[in-house]
Ligand binder design. Sequence first.
Ligand code: RIB
Length: 305
Amino acid sequence: MSAVVVVGSANIDFTVQVDRAPEQGETIFGRDLLVSFGGKGANQAVAARRAGADVMFIGKVGQDRHGEEIRKNLETVGIDGAGLISDAACGTGVAFILVDPSGGNQIVVVPGCNYRLTPEELESRDQLLGGAILLVQLETPRETVHWVLRRAKEKRMRTILNPAPATPLRREDFSLVDLLTPNETEASALTGVPVKDLNGAKKAGDRLLEMGCGDVIMTLGVRGALWVGKGGARHFPAFSVRPVDSTGAGDAFNGALAAALAEGRTLEKAIPFANAAGALATTRRGAQESLPDRTAIDALLSSGQ
Ligand code: RIB
């Protein structure tokens, strides 16, 4: 039984560097095309694996070249392929990513097979779902996310929902979530509360608690992370690094958080570990290429920054 089960998307990412985003109706030149492995689900599974966890990934790809490459890549990283479903009726998900000189990005996802992952398919693989932690995002259908959260709670797993991309959720979804990990944009979209500073983040976090989830850990980019729980809020500053591409930073954070919690670390210790992984992921291009390993995370963590 794997310690961390990740249910979510797997994509092939097409990333280009641009000087700025194009205006409406405008054509611009990009450069340095990078074709690489992505998808929030697969990224978080790889991040947890690199952070030291035993990981099961459950997702769906097409019976095409991209799907085959994703299967081989997961095996290379050391993730059991038993949960990767191949479907001839849909294409493997892809994402188109523009990265600007500050490392900020804009992403368009074509979900393909990711949006064909059904609760029935998860139910028929119920034996794969177990262990300490379930980590799930919102790049698969909402009913599938709801099903797996409910089933994980029945199996007494600790559930983490990274609500990305932001999608409206019901109280019955929130009530199945032990840890909700939005970024500022997602927290704001879910609550209607503007998140421009720590005060706004705290208000949005409190609102999310009222909506029914257990604890909120909000990622705040260069401001680090804010943990909002029933006992109050606690801020964890970011590690200072030179960013080149923020793609996958949130995924690094979530995967590392799941790995640390699966090891039995407390949230006080797991959040700085995840912050270090997220910071390191911004220092390299791409999503999965940029995910740090345990040695690098431990080194940044003990650097005393
Ligand atoms: O979080 C980054 C990821 O979002 C990319 O890898 C892309 O595939 C999209 O899913």
